[in-house]
Design a protein around this ligand. Structure first.
Ligand code: 5RP
Length: 249
């Protein structure tokens, strides 16, 4: 079990995990690019690698913000189309447990993130050590919600014990935050989610929830940095040092 580093330096850990994920990338791959600060480090490192070597990849991003970063980094982008499958998607997470069940969507990109995760043969999570938990739920679970449905979604989530809060913009305007699809984002304070699969089924049955931030059975591996140490986690297995991990791609 990984415990968060006492003197955690999340930014340095994020950078280390993101750099280590480059080992999964092969020339000719179609790569999904995640969202958030750790994914941003990966995008920058991938761009650098493309510029400094003969690495050739194409990519699609999970948010408008990551798309802009990829363009700046010189990563060739492809538009969504039928039949498109990704060899690898590299994305961050807000929480991950020993089975690599995830909470995602802290950055509001959960819908596109789940679309690409589902369209990928391999989802690799990159994270600092603070993201590893024994039980999901302390991080508020994000939902993307159609604006018209908001009042009923709030009622239904409250009935499930999720204490929903409509996310507002980070500035002081109190204006509701919007996803890249112009939907609302709702953060649900469950505090503990002992049965994520059961909760996911409940949430899928509530009309107006476009997507929820539980990513179950989607991640193949996670690269987690703890201090200067970088480990690879796989569902239900002991962590392995990233440097000695044999990459199955
Ligand atoms: C965005 C996400 C991010 O991957 C998640 O919030 C982690 O972000 P960070 O790497 O900045 O800690 O799910 O929707």
């Amino acid at each position: 079990m990984i415990t968060p580093q006492q003197t955690a330096q999340p930014e340095q850990e994020k950078r280390l995990a993101a750099r280590a994920a480059l080992r999964w990338v092969r020339s000719g791959m179609l790569v999904g690019l995640g969202s958030g600060s750790t994914a941003a480090f990966f995008i920058a490192a991938l761009g650098e690698s493309i510029r400094q070597s003969d690495l050739q990849v194409q990519a699609t991003a999970t948010s408008l913000a990551s798309e802009a970063l990829a363009q700046q980094a010189g990563i060739p982008l492809v538009e969504p189309r039928r039949g498109l499958r990704f060899d690898l998607t590299v994305d961050g997470a807000d929480e991950l447990d020993a089975q690599l069940r995830l909470v995602k969507g802290g950055g509001g990109a959960l819908l596109r993130e789940k679309v690409l995760a589902t369209a990928s043969d391999y989802l690799l999570i990159v994270a600092d050590s603070s993201k590893v938990v024994t039980q999901l739920g302390r991080f508020p679970l994000p939902l993307e919600v159609v604006p018209f449905a908001l009042p009923w979604v709030l009622d239904a989530v409250a009935a499930l014990g999720g204490a929903p809060v409509l996310r507002s913009m980070k500035n002081d305007s109190m204006e509701a935050a919007r996803s890249d699809q112009n939907n609302f984002l709702v953060d649900c304070h469950f505090e503990a989610v002992p049965e994520p699969e059961r909760l996911a089924l409940h949430l899928q049955g509530i009309p107006g929830i476009v997507e929820h931030g539980l990513f179950l059975g989607l991640a193949q591996a996670a690269v987690v940095a703890r201090g200067a140490e970088v480990l690879v986690l796989q569902p239900g297995k002991e962590p392995v040092a990233a440097a000695s991990f044999s990459i199955p791609l």
